[in-house]
Design a protein. Structure first.
Length: 339
């Protein structure tokens, strides 16, 4: 069975839904009581993740049609004998016993994606998918790991990994379908302007889908103290050497949408649109990329503490998010709040 990963960079939207979680995993108070009913499931990991200082777990959602699995992946410094990779069903129950770092071997990196072979890659470890469980296949052939955003270019094609930007330069690694022969590539994002930082990569779980969306944040305006975020639609095929220099300057070939005053390090994408927290309105908003002015919002007030302490992944087509709260070491599944 082929799975595709809807990896969404952490964006604590569920506070949005959300919930103040007690340390024992039971909701004590909700700062947003009108959204409490959107909580679909909660799981307390405080006994399994028994050291509160080891808090850098991130959720990921894997999708294949109506079949979905949820991963909770640990940080690099977690002890070898402790649970490091949890494989969960949609109700947050365990699909299998968790993997430890010792069981995974020389694990390096903690990002997750499904590659062009339909295998799950976590860091530099590859897994086969067997009856909705994961079985270790081996390590990525070449040195290196999946440590930043990545996606398959096409079914049975190359894999793009470790996408990043610095100043006006955009970089990524391109691997063959079997994770061999990496090629490091770089392109200038635009010809002039303030520095841009890659904040998210949104890719439809179907690797045959033509486009991905790159979200770049521009340095803050010193006068207004607001930031600009560019959402740029790029054909997957162009990461095979065809991406143009200064592509952000070319609105015709790379249609883009610009938004200001978003919390650009905490965004996500669903089949319905792009989700982000807007500072000026203290609201979560969703806007369809095809109709970016059609905005729905939910005011939640100032949630900076939650933004700092929660990690979130959306099911692209499942209509829910998974949020890991490092303070309570709980994972919650929360339904969408828009129509």
């Amino acid at each position: 069975m082929r799975l595709a990963l809807r990896h969404v960079n952490a964006f604590p939207i569920l506070l949005l839904s959300c919930l103040a979680l007690s340390s024992c995993g039971i909701f004590s108070l909700s700062p947003f009581p009108m959204t409490l009913a959107q909580t679909l499931a909660v799981r307390d990991f405080s006994k399994e993740i028994d050291d509160p200082s080891l808090d850098e777990f991130h959720p990921f959602v894997l999708e294949s049609g109506a079949t979905r699995l949820i991963l909770l992946v640990g940080g690099q410094l977690y002890p070898d004998g402790k649970p490091w990779l949890f494989v969960l069903k949609e109700d947050l129950s365990s699909a299998q016993e968790p993997f430890t770092r010792a069981e995974l071997g020389a694990i390096n990196g903690n990002r997750a994606m499904v590659d062009s072979n339909g295998q799950v890659v976590v860091g530099n470890v590859r897994f086969d998918i067997l009856d909705s469980t994961l079985k270790k296949f081996g390590l990525v052939v070449s040195p290196g790991s999946l440590s930043k955003w990545g996606f398959p270019m096409s079914p049975s094609g190359d894999n793009v990994a470790n996408m990043d930007s610095s100043g006006l330069a955009f970089t990524w690694d391109r691997y063959t379908f079997d994770w061999a022969l990496p090629v490091s590539e770089s392109k200038p994002i635009r010809s002039t302007g303030r520095n841009l930082w890659l904040r998210a990569v949104f890719a439809d779980p179907n690797p045959a889908t033509a486009n991905v969306i790159l979200a770049f944040e521009e340095n803050k305006n010193s006068t207004t103290d607001t930031s600009t975020t560019y959402f740029v639609r790029v054909p997957r095929s162009q990461f095979n050497g065809g991406l143009a220099n200064n592509f952000l300057d070319d609105a015709l070939n790379y249609p883009s949408t610009t938004k200001t005053d978003l919390e650009s390090s905490h965004m996500g994408c669903t089949a319905d649109g792009i989700v982000a927290y807007e500072h000026s309105s203290q609201s979560w908003i969703i806007f369809p990329f095809e109709a970016p002015n059609v905005v729905q919002s939910m005011r939640v007030g100032e949630i900076s503490d939650d933004l700092d302490n929660q990690r979130v992944a959306w099911s692209y087509s499942g209509g829910y998010a998974c949020v890991y709260d490092k303070r309570s070491r709980t994972l919650s599944k929360v339904a969408k709040w828009w129509k």
